[in-house]
Structure formats: C-alpha cells, structure tokens
Design a protein around this ligand. Sequence first.
Ligand code: ARG
Length: 466
Amino acid sequence: KHLALWGGRFASGPSPQLARLSKSTQFDWRLADDDIAGSRAHARALGRAGLLSDDELGRMEAALDELQRRVDSGSFAPIEDDEDEATALERGLIDIAGDELGGKLRAGRSRNDQIAALIRMWLRRHARIVASDVLEVVSAIIAQAVEAGHAVMPGRTHMQHAQPVLLAHQLLAHAWPLLRDVQRLADWDARIDASPYGSGALAGNTLGLDPVLVARELGFSKVTSNSIDGTASRDTVAEFSFIAAMIGVDISRLSEEIIIWNTQEFSFVKLDDAYSTGSSIMPQKKNPDIAELARGKAGRLIGDLTGLLTTLKGLPTAYARDLQEDKEAVFDQVDTLEVLLPAFGGMIATMTFDRDRLREQAPTGFALATDIAEWLVKNGVPFRHAHELSGACVKRAEERGGELWDLSDGDFVEIFSHFLPADKAPAVREVLSVEGSVAARNGKGGTSPARVREQLAGARATLDAL
Ligand code: ARG
C-alpha cells in the first residue's frame, strides 16, 4: 500500500523515477531520534491547544515511546516507499497508534519547519562532540609544548630560516586557531539556538500552538522571529559548515608542517608506529598518513561548504526542495571530523622531537642577523644602517662559507667601523647565541621562555574555559 503524505488531489503516486530522486532516507534517517523528540513536544503543544485530549495525548506519547524503541532496535526502518525520515516515522506511528490517532500528529506542522528544527538540533549536538574532539587535539598540543620546555628550533617565514623560536612557541601557534574554532562554535550556537517549530510551511499556523514550550522542550532558548526565515534560511547551517572547514584547514596547516618535519632531510620529528603506516612494497617506509589524510580531508571539508553555499545562492525564500541538499554536506563534515580528530590528536600526543637536531639547526641560515641589527640599534645605530651592517656580516660569512659566529672580532670592527668604536664592536657576540636571541624577544606574545610560559598558562586557561 502506498502511503503518500499528499493523497487528495493526486490521481497517482509518484513515478519510480521521481521516487528514486526524491528519496532522502538513506541520509536523513539519522534525524529520526530528533524527529521523535520533536513529535513528542508537538503532541504536547496540540494537547495544550485542546486538539488532543488527555487520553489521546497519553496514547500518542506511549506510541512515540514504542516507535523510539523500534527505531533503536532496528525493528522499524525506512522502506523503499518512504520519501524521507518524516514520512517513514509517520508510517511507523500509524502502524502503532492506528490511522485515527496517528493521523492527528501532523496538524499544525509542516515538514518544512520540522526539518529546519531537526537539522539545528542534530548540528548543535554534534558540534559539542566536534568541539570536544578539537579540544583534545589542543590538549595534546599543549602537552607537547610543556614537554618541549625551553627547546629551540628554527623559526621560518617563506619556509626560510628567519629567527630562532621556542619549539613550544611554534606548537602553540597551532593551538590558538583551534581554540578560536571552538569559540566560534560556541558563538555560533547562540545564533542557531532558535526553534523554527511553529513556522509551518512558511506562514505560521492557525491552531494556536505554543512554539515557546516546544522550543524549550527541544533545547532551544527561543523561537525564530519570522516563519519564512525559520523554514527557508540555512545561514546557520552554512556557518557551522564554515567552522568545520576552518577546523580542517587549521589541522591541515599543522599537518603540512609535520609532514615536512618528518622528512629525512628535516628529521625534526618522529611519529609513533601506532600512528604511522608502512608501504606494501618498500620495507623501509614509515609514512605520515594521518597528517596526509588530514590535509586531504581539509579539501573535502571545504568542498562541502562550497557545495552548500552554492546550493543556497539564488534560492528564493521560502522553502524550496533544494534545501534538502543542506544535510549531506554537514553530515559528511561531522562524520569526517569525528573520525579525523581523534586520530590526529593521537598522532600529536605521541610524536617525539629530535631536540638536538632542532637546537643545531636553530641559528643556522644566518637566523641571528636580526639580533645583530637590533643590538646595533641599542648601541645608537639607526635601524636602516643597522640592517645594512648586519647584511654585510651575512654577506661576509656567506663568502667564507661559515655562519655569523664564525666571523672574527676584526671582521665586526671593520664592518661596524663608521658607526661603533673598535673596542665596542666585538661585544656583538653576546647576541650571537640562540638562547640570547630567544630570551631577548621578551615582548608580550614573543618567543622568550618567560613569555611562552605566560602564553602556555593563557592557552590552558582558554582551554579550561571552553
Ligand atoms: N525532506 C525535505 C528536506 O529535507 C523536507 C520535506 C519538505 N518537502 C516538501 N515538499 N516541502 O528538506
């Protein structure tokens, strides 16, 4: 028997081709629990409006409980003829409660306000899981930063040695964007926290249902202010999708760094065996697949966002069926992140750094040239000249095939001669150490051990507050 939601004016059911196109149970069935919760709240609203008697409401709630049990056990599931999760659940309810009572639940609601509410409920719940997974990653980064202590490494811009930094500083640079992503989820939650239930198909309902109580029962603190907006807008879904894509991008940038650090040439970091893969043909291989998958999945997460925005662009309000396309995008993002983040966090937690190598590389590539220039500035040389003098030191060291500290006192005396007395010049050596260099960068947010300690406390406090 075909159980369409719209028998009345139709002479036939949908063609098989239409039914196949229209069907969404293969992805929206995961909204079933939220739908049943919505139905419970809606039934009570019907009861309060006098549209269900106490007895009917009691039987309706018992039927919904039974439906939930059947869904949980898998004994009730969508069949080929069900268009979407709502269609399937109405069929399931009528199976249990009968036509008479089961057929009453649909009064005063439309699948348009229903689905708009469900995607919000589902996303809010999963956003909390994603947020806690991101915070696990942040915790792992912070633990590595603590472990790193005062270890130094080459800091880079344009991938070229720039200035030495603390390893902890570099690691924490990846913690902050992820903390902001979780803050973004919290900010976003305040905006998506409005129930569209009661908006009906687009214009509201005539039955005097109280949407405020429904909202409260479904965990919303308020009701959408405009029923057209309530049913037709998906900006809050798109905003979630952006945050999911941003998490992917932030994870991907750290991944890229780990992939490079993990190369033979860099050899800065070793990944734990349990978080690395081998090769089917090359026995020596140990590959950073988690980082590569993270980098790859960032592309997929961005694709989901792009697809969703493209679907929304140009849609007239109110509801159009295109809106059904919102779900797979964010389901895919959530599924992706819920699998990716735990693996990624495990990789971060278990990787180990070769500190000797980092220490040895930190000052190379003339990474202390800025320190020479700033030392000259402290000795009264205008920066423009100081930059040039330091550049001359680099040039000479490069010609000699050495580093800055290989220059002789005589070299410094000669290069600085127009600006500094000969007896002062050799003292520049005091800044030609990595420890001196990082310690000197002592302004707020800088890489000195004291500032990094302060930063670590700040990151921990931010984490704990989330
Ligand atoms: N399954 C649809 C969606 O996910 C909701 C159904 C609305 N259908 C309709 N003909 N108004 O958006």
